[in-house]
Design a protein around this ligand. Structure first.
Ligand code: FE2
Length: 382
């Protein structure tokens, strides 16, 4: 099967990336941005920092700071109303996955019409979205460079997976200076999300040599630098390596897609409004234990990339080594120990499992599961 590779046309990474990117935005020729962000970034002054840099280049910005941690259909509608009212000609997202996903929803509906609910699934839209510049502040969801857009439908209590080439931003920005001083728990959760992207892409049935290279390098970098970034939020070198790692993981899963960890984590997020990265971190070892039935050699590669000495090990032993290393890293960065600790009710598991099987992220998992098997995986993580 032929492979397609999706990535923004221009991607700026490393210290000083924001100033560099402002020059790139100027060359795009837009005049008035809808800047999609969340209130904490307004409160710490980051939004003003960006809008004043834009203003110096005669680019106006209308700020929409109403994005919730798990962005909703209502958030998309509110941003869209502001965009229409101010006749914005492009969108800038500033923040982590939530502002990027909400901005993609706004930009997609701005040109395609209807409701964001109309675009659930793979490549449902017909027109390019309004141009989107994504400035990232966490490492990360990689939403600043992917075609994945996850929006919570409040009425159905589910997260909709919108996988659409038209949601790819035109420009992504990863400046580690914008990632400094982020809380340790946020750094840990987003870092484990990136690790999940890399591992799910590596064992995906849609993996290819390009996504494999990206995934393995991402796993190596995360294993080497996540703890340092969590323990010292101002460690700019660790932040920069994590920015590269999450971008590489994004390149991998944007093209090889994901698996049951994300399909299942989306349901926990939709039902209990829990942090995405924490749900992934908790489910990751249990889904990989299930996947080891068919993907043990691949998981042995993951173990090696995480620093396990796999010499002389069988593939099954290597896979077990990966699962142990994942659990150890999650523990080292203080991820909660179980779904029970997060308040997950065992009675909800059959519903969570039924919805997980409908999530597009699960379609590329290396082994397709029954409803009962998904229930079992959830139960192991309790
Ligand atoms: Fe994710």
């Amino acid at each position: 099967m032929a492979a397609k590779f999706f990535i923004p046309a221009v991607n700026v990474l490393g210290q000083g990336a924001l100033d560099d990117a402002i020059g790139d935005i100027c060359t795009l020729g837009f005049k008035h941005a809808l800047l999609v962000t969340d209130q904490p970034l307004v409160d710490i002054g980051l939004v003003t920092q960006v809008t004043s840099k834009l203003q110096q280049q005669d680019i106006q910005a209308t700020v929409f700071a109403g994005v919730q941690p798990n962005p909703t259909v209502a958030n998309v509608n509110a941003g869209l109303a502001l965009l229409t009212q101010h006749q914005c000609d492009f969108v800038i997202s500033l923040g982590g996955g939530s502002p990027h996903d909400c901005a993609k929803g706004i930009a997609l509906v701005a040109t395609n019409g209807g409701s964001i609910k109309d675009y659930e699934g793979v490549d449902v839209s017909t027109k390019p979205q309004l141009p989107l510049v994504a400035i990232n502040t966490t490492a990360g969801t990689a939403s600043e460079m992917t075609r994945f857009c996850i929006i919570t439908d409040e009425s159905r209590h589910i997260k909709m997976a919108i996988v659409d080439k038209n949601t790819t931003p035109v420009l992504s920005v990863n400046d580690p200076e914008l990632m400094l001083k982020k809380p340790a728990a946020l750094t840990a959760a987003t870092g484990m999300d990136a690790l999940t992207h890399a591992i799910e892409a590596y064992v995906s049935i849609a993996a290819n040599p390009i996504t494999d290279a990206c995934a393995i390098k991402a796993i190596e970098l995360i294993a080497a630098h996540l703890e340092s970034a969590v323990n010292d939020g101002n460690n700019i070198a660790a932040r920069e390596q994590m920015a590269y790692a999450q971008f590489l993981a994004g390149m991998a899963f944007n093209n090889a897609s994901l698996g049951y960890v994300h399909a299942m984590a989306h349901q926990l997020g939709g039902m209990y409004d829990l942090p995405h990265g924490v749900c992934n971190a908790l489910l990751l070892p249990y889904v990989q234990a299930y996947n080891a039935q068919v993907a043990a050699p691949r998981l042995a590669d993951v173990a090696k990339a995480m620093g396990v000495n796999t010499q002389g090990m069988s593939a099954d032993m290597g896979a077990q080594g990966a699962i142990t290393a994942i659990k150890a890293l999650a523990k080292a960065v203080n991820i909660p120990a179980s779904l029970t600790e997060l308040g997950v009710n065992p009675e909800d598991i059959p519903t969570l499992a039924a919805n997980a099987l409908k999530d597009a992220c699960g379609f590329t998992n290396p082994k397709q599961a029954t409803h009962e098997e998904i229930c079992q995986i959830f139960t192991h993580a309790l």
